[in-house]
Design a protein around this ligand. Structure first.
Ligand code: NAP
Ligand code: MG
Length: 402
């Protein structure tokens, strides 16, 4: 059988620890035998980041902008302990944060559903994709502790230092806390465009929610910007696909989400998205079954698993022990990226292969062969716990049988 051809490079971003091991095995066993891969590879493993003074992370981001699609392995975000472990020259920033900032992108997280792992919310039949606005608000706050009685004001000056606005916040009769936070129209608009674009791409409805009843200026600005961008740039395309944009108060959104069947995209402000993405991940089962896509407002895509480098498993792997690590989210990052590449380059055979590989992975699990984390969650009567490598092997056998 001739291998499937590609035209444009897919940006491959390698990473660290157990996911780096899985990465290589997925390529060797599930991709290279079937596809003449055209890749532009960037090694974001921590040693390579250190050698390049983290330049390689920006190069990878630039490559995604150039080629439009990337697939990324999980990477270590260094802390003090990692600086020592790898003798790093600096405590580099999270590669995901660097790439996201460069592409001005929004992260969409979607669970991968299998029949034998039931969502904790009984009504959820289809995945709920959560989009988090990853800029500003409480994550860029200025806050301090108030120690003595006094008063607080919020002051805004223009670039020349001229005071434009001054508002009283509160008087303190004793100790307390004080916080200021902000966002920008530019970032909110990018978030909105990424959300509308991805909803059309996925052919799903988009929900958006804020606390506009309480925050009548701040959250209201989010609501208004989403609405005007929708009306001006996306309403016609949504109508053509028979899809809708739905705004509602966050409280109402939460209630509706819990009663829904799923199958839509829910866009949230930064804090809401932080909390709700953890709620959705745990309600669907496992972080190891959660994919993540970074979408830029101009339509660049980076696919990855939502989980980290699975350090605890890697330590055992290093010690020569066999692990039972779940490769599904990393595999779906590859299939998602290959499908997107196929769509942009009109490569039907590649799109079909991505679909088949996903189906083979799901079938393997639904027939009872899976990694240990899934065995713990599964309602399947006869499960077989596979090692990391055997799980990939079982998916390959399924694929061959198809
Ligand atoms: P983690 O790698 O997601 O793993 C946490 C735990 O979740 C694991 O120990 C394991 O539990 C379970 N788990 C996660 N993925 C799994 C999989 N595929 N198969 C089976 N079990 C899985 O999070 P972490 O240990 O907090 O972080 C490790 C490193 O990853 C850190 O250096 C962090 O900076 C990095 N990180 C990177 C990204 C990214 O690149 N997107 C995201 C998050 C974290 P058990 O040990 O109980 O089996
Ligand atoms: Mg969180």
């Amino acid at each position: 059988m001739a291998k499937i051809a590609m035209r444009t490079p897919l940006v491959e971003i390698d990473g660290d620890e157990m996911t780096r091991v899985i990465w290589a095995w997925i390529k060797r066993d599930l991709l290279e035998p079937y596809i003449d891969l055209v890749l532009e590879r960037y090694d974001l493993g921590l040693p390579a980041r250190d050698r390049s003074d983290d330049r390689v992370t920006l190069d990878a981001a630039a490559a995604i902008r150039k080629h439009g699609v990337g697939v990324k392995c999980a990477t270590i975000t260094p802390n003090a302990q990692r600086v020592e472990e790898y003798s790093l020259k600096a405590m580099y920033k999270s590669p995901n944060a660097t790439i996201r900032a460069y592409l001005d992108g929004t992260v969409f997280r979607t669970p991968i559903l299998v029949r034998c792992v039931e969502a904790n919310v009984k009504s959820w039949k289809a995945p709920i994709t959560l989009a988090r606005h990853a800029f500003g608000d409480v994550y860029k706050n200025t806050e301090f502790r108030v120690e003595v009685p006094g008063s607080a004001e919020l002051v805004y000056k223009d670039a020349d230092g001229q005071e434009l606005s001054r508002q009283r916040i509160a008087s303190f009769t004793g100790a307390g806390v004080l916080q200021a936070q902000y966002n920008t129209d530019e970032s909110i608009a990018s978030f909105a465009r990424s959300c509308f674009r991805y909803a059309l791409d996925q052919n799903q409805d988009l929900w958006f929610s804020t606390k506009d009843t309480i925050s009548k200026t701040y959250d209201r600005r989010f609501q208004d910007l989403f609405q005007s961008i929708y009306d001006d740039e996306f309403a016609a395309a949504f109508a053509a696909q028979n899809r809708s944009y739905f705004y509602t108060l966050i409280d109402d959104a939460v209630a509706r989400v819990m009663r829904s069947e799923g199958g839509f995209i829910w866009a949230c402000k930064n804090y809401d998205g932080d909390v709700m993405s953890d709620m959705i991940a745990s309600a669907y089962g496992s972080l190891a079954m959660m994919t993540s896509v970074l979408v830029s407002p101009d339509g660049c895509y980076e696919f990855e698993a939502a989980h980290g480098t699975v350090t605890r498993h890697y330590r055992r792997h290093q010690a020569g022990e066999s692990t039972s690590t779940n490769c599904i989210a990393t595999l779906f990052a590859w299939t998602g990226a290959l499908r997107k590449r196929a769509q942009l380059d009109s490569l039907d055979a590649l799109a079909q292969f991505a679909h088949k590989l996903e189906a083979a992975a799901i079938q393997t699990i639904e027939e009872g062969s899976m990694s240990a984390d899934l065995v713990r969650l599964s309602t399947h009567a006869n499960t077989i716990t596979l090692s990391t490598e055997d799980f990939i092997g079982a998916i390959r056998s399924r694929l061959e049988a198809m």
